[in-house]
Design a binder for this molecule. Sequence first.
Ligand code: IFM
Length: 509
Amino acid sequence: MGATAFFYILLFLWVQDTAATLGFTRSDFPQDFVFGASTSAYQYEGAVSEDGRSPSFWDTFTHAGKMPDKSTADVAADGYHKYKEDMKLISDTGLEAYRFSISWSRLIPNGRGAVNPKGLQYYNNIIDELVKRGIQIHITLYHLDLPQCLEDEYEGWLSPKIIEDFTAYADVCFREFGDRVTYWTTVNEPNIAAITSYGSGQLPPGRCSDPFGITNCTAGNSTTEPYIAVHTTLLAHASVVRLYKAKYKAEQKGVVGINIYSFWSYPFTQSTVDLEATQRCKDFMYGWILWPLVFGDYPQVMKKNVGYRLPSFTKVQSELIKDSFDFIGINHYYSVYVNDRPLETGARDVMGDMSIYYRVSRTDPPVGKAAPTNVTSDPKGLQLVLEYLKDAYGNPPIYIHENGLESTNGGLNDTDRVDYLSTYIGSTLDAIRNGINVKGYFAWAFMDLFELLSGYQSNYGLYRVDFDDESRPRQARLSARWYSGFLKKNASSIRLSRVQEDLTLNTVF
Ligand code: IFM
């Protein structure tokens, strides 16, 4: 038997096995549930100084050589030029929805005021392509890419001045795109962004203070700025929601939500202190954003541990923020184990205030700083997050805005990603069956992109992008073919469709 035939037999057995254990199909999900994939502007578009776009603080950060691989997203996946074929690919893949973000500095290069006609045209083109193909559109207004001019003028999210500018930017988006777009997310991951942008300094604007930075920061205060940035973000979010309700909702009939980064936390031991630490971790990570949205204030444990460094809401602000959402978006990738860490008396960053150590596997040593590495798959953790959000925050409608597997292997035969996606989707179904109000699932990412912490050293894409080739060709990975088969075929034919597709697509291997 030739090596190729042997390979296909192994593949056949693997596909059979995965299909058999999958135990569900697309049609097991509710009718109005949507499956899609996500990208974000800076990570996808490239063309950073084309057609009137001004720099965002990501451009400043990458051009200062701050990425581990010294990369930039000057070209990235070249989505600015390739969007048309990509929107077709989305449709050909069978995706029902697409989540992307708008680059504020492409649409309004001065941060406020005049709209850039070419930027406007670009997003109108994308939206029109999606509408034409019947793809549900989910737009994030702010996916971590602030116009640099606003950072220079008033330090961006550290200043309440941003509330007015962000609201005016959102107003332009609702006015120009709201006739075709009804799913809006104001801000992506303000919780983890605050920690990594203002605590550890790993993301732009790269602010932090000793000894809390993971990178060398020249400015910042890790003990106060993450809290200020989230506070301002919440006020800006609420202001945008108020605007939408007052000016657009009746006619456009859309919904507006916010997104949070979510990992599941297991207590490392069953000791009382570890159980309490685990709850604290949830109160900080989810409660930081969701307590104000649901109850109008920060969680008690945050007030206690952060003290005077935690900004407070006036009564009017609290009322504005409370209930200012139609849905919650979550980005979810992994679970952690949490240990108690005694509350230190000196200066503390967010991790110190949370007073936890975490580890991503039982055998790892405990970590006290922000970003985990070498995470492993734990599909049950997603179900537990969804159930927790229901119990703690009144069963809000939830979109899983991002879920996917990072890989440093750029190959096409990503069986580990197929395994990851299929088991996490299965876990989502388990949550739905337990009464959780989950409305959609988006894989991160539709294609390989510039990655926030690693540049081009790792990938998440259903489609592979060759970043060494000027024309940035896309190639389907096995995960794209699997997802496509899952979405396009009817319930009884999933296993067959996967085998057929996998075996006929010789070029993939
Ligand atoms: O690439 C990022 C995305 O921009 C935000 N959520 C996490 C992803 C993977 O790191």
